[in-house]
Design a protein around this ligand. Structure first.
Ligand code: PHB
Length: 370
């Protein structure tokens, strides 16, 4: 029997991966207080790059200090951060693998107290509109002015340049999923604006499309990916019917940026880091695939080996793996050889600056050394 497609090479923008198992972007809280990575992250990403030709997507990374609002998350705005990421990238490349950096702005999901602890004024708690997210704050965010929206677009472009030209990343992923800032513009339950960035579907898609435009101009369309979660409830999201909005968004991406490295979509069976037990009948990303195929799609959410093999055969998908890539540093090798997976411990997902549950999960065999 020939090797399943899951374990066959594929062109993704400018790179050729050797298999279709991708490290999903995963917040791990291992950066220091100044949002700079150290040796731990170099080891962590290097371990996950151990099978040559693996594509890794970094944890979500702040484009600017004011785009943050959780502690111990890395950034990509300072020289020190760029230098730290460069060490990660070099370690991954030394393994013959590839790495994209995920560009992040929290908007209303930021904790106002964390912003304040970073010396930022209360007015830096922002979103598309003043719609409360009670999980994080009892006061509403401040709507960005039209001029500030445009400034954010530039912050994304600068961060992309820092990542690709500064740190040497193979590309960047624009995080438009999970109720973070671009998603806060896309979805009407949060976006109540009356300027050119709110109201109609076209207007709600404007900010994310301008980000993609600026990022692709900064680093190249083939070095840019986009992540969406049309069905996710994470961050207080989920429109009554996400299809018209995301149909427009993905159709525009295809029309304007047909050469994007990939479109990354989260399946309705997962939201944040948990599985949804009762996905409503009819919730499906098929409409996204219908627009985007035959371009490259990365699909994320609760995959098993068998599901990933089928998704690669049937739809040509790459599949992104989160929780099992945390507990199995050599996940692609294990899936290839059908070696049982080590279970993950949720209580070690987010231990600030700790090596525990980060770089100490075992390899099935000794990691290959250079
Ligand atoms: C998280 O930190 O829990 C987190 C980060 C990015 C996401 C989702 C969840 O897209």
């Amino acid at each position: 029997m020939s090797l399943p497609k899951l374990f066959q090479p594929k062109q993704v923008g400018e790179i050729t991966v050797q298999h279709r198992i991708v490290l999903a972007p995963l917040t791990r809280n291992r950066a220091n207080k100044e949002h700079v990575h150290g040796d731990l992250a170099v080891e962590y990403y290097s371990q996950r790059a151990s099978m040559p030709g693996t594509l890794l997507i970094t944890e979500a990374t702040y484009i600017a200090r004011k785009a943050g609002g959780y502690p111990h998350v890395p950034g990509i705005w300072s020289e020190e951060q760029i230098a730290a990421w460069k060490r990660v990238v070099e370690a991954v490349h030394a393994r013959g693998s590839y790495i994209f950096l995920q560009l992040w702005a929290l908007g209303r999901q930021a904790f106002p107290a964390v912003l304040e602890s970073e010396g930022l004024p209360p007015s830096s708690y922002v979103s598309s509109s003043d719609v409360l997210l009670l999980e994080v704050s009892s006061t509403p965010p401040r709507p960005l002015t039209t001029a500030e929206v445009k400034e954010y677009v530039q912050l994304y472009a600068t961060a992309a340049k820092n990542a690709v030209h500064g740190a040497g990343f193979d590309g960047v992923e624009v995080h438009c999923a999970n109720g973070y800032l671009p998603d806060q513009f896309l979805q009407d339950i949060c976006n109540k604006r009356t300027d050119e960035y709110g109201g109609s579907v076209e207007n709600r898609c404007r900010f994310p499309l301008e980000i993609v435009q600026a990022v692709t101009e900064a680093v190249g369309v083939r070095k840019t990916g986009v992540r969406i979660s049309p069905w996710g409830t994470f961050g207080g999201m989920r429109m009554a019917d996400p299809r018209p909005t995301f149909t427009h968004f993905v159709t525009q991406l295809r029309a304007r940026f047909p050469e994007l490295a990939y479109l990354h979509m989260i399946e309705p069976r997962t939201t944040g880091n948990i599985d949804v037990s009762d996905v409503p009948e009819g919730d499906s990303n098929d409409f996204v695939r219908d627009i985007w195929a035959p371009r490259v799609i990365i699909s994320a959410g609760g995959y098993t080996r068998q599901m990933a093999i089928e998704a690669a055969e049937k739809y040509d998908y790459l599949t992104a793996w989160g929780r099992y890539f945390i507990s199995n540093p050599d996940l692609p090798y294990r899936l290839l050889k059908n070696i049982p997976l080590t279970p993950y411990s949720r209580d070690m997902f987010y231990i600030d600056e700790s090596p525990r549950g980060y770089i100490d999960y075992p390899f099935a065999s000794e990691p290959q050394t250079q």
